[in-house]
Design a protein. Structure first.
Length: 226
């Protein structure tokens, strides 16, 4: 469950998130939750602390939203733009994270200088481990390879075409365990499932990791240098 509280009355905008939130004849219960008391801030969750997302990232701003895809257009002729990485899942993440993530819930380990790096810790993209038993730390951004052609179905699938453009411009960000290659969007009757099926023409092998270490201003901030 995602709840966004708009700013007003001297209060900052806030984001509340719950995983497996249940309300039944009493108070709310959930399996995990998170609060961003100032959603306009660039502050990240403290290192080593998860949220409703295994990577410690907020879920809401990384979802594919029908509003941003459709923009000023219509569901049949969308005219929007996605200007952020889109969250995705894999069956098992690596048990480390990279900025801007702050936690992981994965498996596997990495070594450096012949020694095993402690799991559930942050690793650097600028000085990556010598070897890892598997790929995919939480928070890693992947972008559609320049060598991968846009699927031909995109010419008749305008909603999917806008999302594919975002794959090239902003990429996808590994946020949690789940179905491998699973993309998550907001529920909306305006989505066209036949249109979106064009996305199945792409696989994770069509993407490559992006080294974003040069963008980091502060390890505890989501702000970027440019």
């Amino acid at each position: 469950m995602l709840i966004y509280l708009e700013a007003g009355g001297g209060k900052n905008p806030a984001l509340y998130e719950m995983w497996q939130g249940i309300y039944k004849n009493g108070p709310w219960t959930d399996s995990s939750n998170a609060l961003w008391p100032n959603a306009s801030s660039n502050a990240l969750t403290p290192q080593g602390q998860g949220t409703s997302d295994a990577a410690g990232l907020p879920v809401a701003p990384l979802l594919v939203n029908a509003d941003e895809v459709i923009g000023v257009g219509t569901p049949e002729s969308p005219a929007g733009t996605i200007k952020h990485p889109i969250r995705f899942t894999v069956n098992h993440m690596l048990n480390y994270w990279v900025w801007p993530a702050t936690q992981s819930a994965g498996v596997g380990s990495c070594t450096q200088g012949g020694n095993t790096i402690p799991t559930e810790s942050e690793i650097s993209q600028s000085s990556p481990p010598a070897s890892c038993t598997m790929t995919g730390p939480a928070g890693e951004i992947y972008r559609l390879k320049a060598s991968v052609a846009t699927p031909s179905c995109a010419s008749t699938s305008p909603q999917a075409n806008i999302i594919i453009t975002a794959f090239r411009d902003y990429g996808i960000i590994l946020a949690d365990n789940g179905s491998s290659g699973g993309l998550i969007g907001t529920p909306d009757a305006r989505w066209n499932d036949n249109d979106l099926s064009c996305l199945r023409s792409l696989t994770l092998a069509d993407f490559e990791p992006v080294n974003v270490s040069s963008l980091i201003v502060n390890n505890d901030s989501g702000a970027t240098s440019h």
